[in-house]
Design a protein around this ligand. Structure first.
Ligand code: ATP
Length: 750
């Protein structure tokens, strides 16, 4: 027992809430015409998710709602609720009881609930498909639709059979998978086209980024070079400046000193112009020396003359003396000597004791005279006068000479003095001359030094202006580089480089910097941070799309596989199911007709193109609606051959025969894959008494597999039910439900 109860509120003629509890395997609903029995069958269709209003005898949702009467006003909504015993888990939900509810409002809005939770229609359909009880399924046979399966197209019939075989769930899955696959392919297409669209942009950005990267490379290279260049240049300029200052400053000092010295020497030389006075003094001194000299020479010459005269007088005297010396060896008489002796003796003897000085002196004079007279007396005659005159002359000359000698001494002294003066003056003049010469020399040296200093200063000034040019260049380059490279380049001062290198290395570095600057500008990628970001983002997006594509492709692949598997499963189960149905069908058919044959055969037919998703959800999609036709799947044909009749084919059967064939097929299908419950609304209407019994038998057989709810006026059918429910309708057009006895039921049926 799967079906526990149904609760109908505001649905069609059931204006008030009406409950029906199914206590038996076979329940029969009886009541007079128009009391609302079929509304109960439709309530089942409704709650199980039927979308075709037509199959519920309506045009729109509103037609399902109690429309009001003199007794009761219209209802705002209609709701039907069924309760299933799910302890067998025939519904794939982990609840032992499952409540299904559908509500429709006047604005045709539907609500679905499973166990009180609102769900989608799809959820209801999927839940029921698992138990092969689709909304308009084979298990609810509406009034007058007993031969529906015979009237259906081969494809519709196939749908019914598939649903009955419980294959719908696979088909839904398949359709869903196909939809997913289509959606996936669509997504793949979109992703591919997106990728195609962004590819040129990425290529463009990549090129730009390559440029930017190249530019960054250039920039880094430029930064390295620039920092070294600037540091070296700065050091070089500072050093050059310092060297120039160090060399120039002392030169300026020296220059000032030299100028002072030049002035001093010039002053000195100006003073030396007084030298002429000294020269004339010297000349006059020279002249006086000359005069003195002349005087001295005259005196010397006079002395020479005087000495010559003296020597001539001396020679005269000498001659006389030689004459005298020739008397030397003359012999004198003793007597004469004795006389002399006696005379001298006498004179001297007296003097022995004499004290008188005068007397002594006179005696000496006397002796001398005696001696002299003695000699003279004995000597040859010598001209003494001449001697005397000579001697006197010598005397005179001697005196003269003495005077002259004294004179010479005086003149010599005078000369010496003059000479000394002269020498002193000359020395002074000479000395002065030397000093001036030195001064002139010095002046020359100083002036040439000044020239040298000035030329050196000039050289340093030239160097200074060169350094200034370098400095200006340096400032300009620093500005340019910092504009190009940013703040980093300003940190050059913190760097240290080995200073020893030639100036040409720095020149080379500058050339390189210029080259890289040009290449950097040519690369056009300066300041491409945004481009890089954009590229990364675009690439990230492309990679994302690529991953997406991979995911989608693998999804598509697995969906393809799934669809394939579902196809196989559906096909194989369908084949097996049809075979099983055929066995039962031919059995029931033979039973109903007392022989003959009936079977289902799978054929191909033209099928309608799907128009809407609801078509897929409906087990009998799009019947009678506008359809495009395409070569489609297989369909189901029914072949019958009645016993003892040459009738073959459904078209030739009578109404009763069609009903019997339908019932046989319906029961066969239900037995092969029994649904939890079957609702039969006056399926037995066309049967005669004999067939009604057979029908009753089949119901009993079928009730072993499925719970049955039969709406009937047939006594035979009623007799097979375990529970009977009556439906009545009063003046107000409101249907009411009640449990009735068999007798009451039979009475109603009659
Ligand atoms: P029969 O034995 O002749 O087949 P039945 O018992 O099956 O009759 P139903 O066809 O279920 O009767 O009931 C039809 C009745 O329901 C009609 O009287 C109709 O007016 C009523 N009905 C249908 N729809 C509505 C509605 N929306 N509001 C009120 N009454 C409705």
């Amino acid at each position: 027992m799967y079906l526990k109860s149904i609760e109908i509120t505001g649905f069609k003629s059931f204006a008030k809430k009406s409950d029906l509890t199914f206590a038996s395997k076979v329940s029969s609903i009886v009541g007079p015409n128009g009391s609302g029995k079929s509304n109960i069958a439709e309530a089942f269709r409704f709650v199980l998710g039927e979308q075709s209003m037509k199959s519920m005898r309506g045009k729109k949702g509103e037609d399902m709602i109690w429309n009001g009467s003199s007794e009761m006003p219209k209802a705002g909504k209609a709701s039907v609720k069924v309760v299933f015993d799910n302890s067998s888990r025939f519904l794939p939900l982990d609840f032992s009881e499952v409540t299904l509810e559908r509500v429709v409002h006047r604005d045709s809005v539907n609500e679905y609930y499973i166990n009180g939770s609102q769900v989608r229609l799809r959820d209801v359909i999927e839940l029921l498909a698992g138990a092969h009880i689709g909304a308009s399924g084979h298990h609810i046979i509406s009034q007058g639709e007993a031969d529906k399966i015979l009237n259906a197209s081969v494809r519709e019939r196939k749908g019914m059979i598939e649903e009955a075989l419980g294959l719908k769930i696979y088909q839904y899955k398949k359709i869903e998978s196909i939809k997913k696959l289509e959606k996936t392919r669509e997504n793949i297409g979109q992703v591919e086209s997106l990728r195609r669209e962004i590819a040129p942009h990425i290529r463009y950005l990549k090129k730009q980024v390559e440029k930017v990267e190249k530019a960054i490379e250039f920039k880094n290279e430029l930064l390295g070079l620039s920092v070294e260049y600037l540091k070296r240049e700065d050091d070089y300029i500072k050093q050059a400046h310092q060297e120039i200052v160090e060399k120039k400053t002392p030169l300026l000092g020296e220059h000032r000193q030299v100028l002072v010295s030049i002035e001093t020497v010039k002053e000195h030389l100006k003073n030396a112009e007084h030298k002429d006075a000294k020269s004339s003094e010297l000349i006059s001194l020279e002249e006086s020396i000359f005069t003195i000299r002349q005087r001295k020479d005259t005196a010397v010459r006079d002395i020479g003359r005087i000495e010559g005269e003296i020597s001539s007088q001396m020679r005269l005297i000498k001659k006389q003396e030689e004459l005298a010396r020739s008397n030397e060896w003359k012999t004198v008489q003793l007597r004469a000597v004795e006389d002399l002796h006696a005379q001298v003796f006498d004179l001297i003897g007296d003097l022995e004791h004499a004290t008188d000085q005068q007397k002594i002196s006179s005696s000496i004079q006397t002796v001398k005279g005696l001696l002299k007279a003695f000699v003279e007396m004995h000597r040859d005659t010598v001209d003494t006068t001449l001697i005397k005159e000579a001697e006197s002359e010598i005397q005179k000359l001697g005196d003269e000479r003495s005077v002259l000698e004294k004179n010479i001494d005086a003149v010599s002294r005078e000369e010496n003095e003059a000479r000394a003066q002269y020498e002193a003056l000359k020395h002074s003049i000479e000395k002065e001359k030397d000093t001036n010469r030195e001064a002139e020399k010095e002046l020359f040296v100083l002036m040439s030094r000044e020239q040298n200093i000035l030329s050196d200063i000039k050289t340093y000034e030239t160097q200074e202006s060169r350094v200034r040019i370098l400095e200006d260049d340096f400032k300009r380059e620093l500005t340019e580089l910092s504009m190009l490279l940013g703040r980093d380049v300003l940190a050059f001062g913190e760097k240290h480089f080995e200073l020893r290198e030639g100036r040409e290395a720095q020149e080379e570095r500058r050339r390189k910097i210029e080259k890289i600057k040009i290449r950097l500008e040519d690369s056009g990628g300066v300041g491409g941070g945004e481009t890089v970001k954009e590229y990364e983002e675009a690439l990230e997006r492309d990679q994302f799309l690529e991953r997406e594509l991979t995911d989608l492709s693998s999804t598509a692949e697995s969906l393809g596989i799934l669809i394939g598997e579902l196809d196989t499963k559906i096909a194989s189960e369908f084949t097996v199911g049809v075979e099983k149905i055929n066995r039962q069908f031919s059995e029931y058919f033979a039973m109903m007709f007392g022989g003959g044959e009936a079977k289902l055969s799978v054929i191909r037919e033209q099928r309608a193109k799907k128009k809407s998703d609801l078509d897929d959800l409906s087990p009998t999609p799009g019947i009678g609606e506008d359809e495009e036709v395409e070569e489609g799947e297989a369909g189901i044909d029914i072949e019958v051959s009645l016993p003892r009749k040459k009738v073959k084919g459904l078209i030739m059967l009578s109404g009763g025969e069609r009903a019997l064939t339908s019932i046989a097929l319906l029961f066969a299908v239900s037995q092969v894959n029994p649904p939890p419950f079957i609702i039969l609304d006056e399926t037995d209407a066309a049967l005669d008494e004999a067939n009604s019994r057979k029908y009753g038998d089949m119901i009993e057989t079928l009730s072993k597999f499925s719970q049955l709810i039969v709406i009937t006026h047939n006594r035979e059918t009623m007799s097979r039910a375990g529970a009977l429910y009556g439906v009545t309708m009063g003046q107000g057009g409101v249907s009411k439900l009640l449990t009735v006895s068999f007798e009451d039921a039979v009475a109603v049926a009659k």
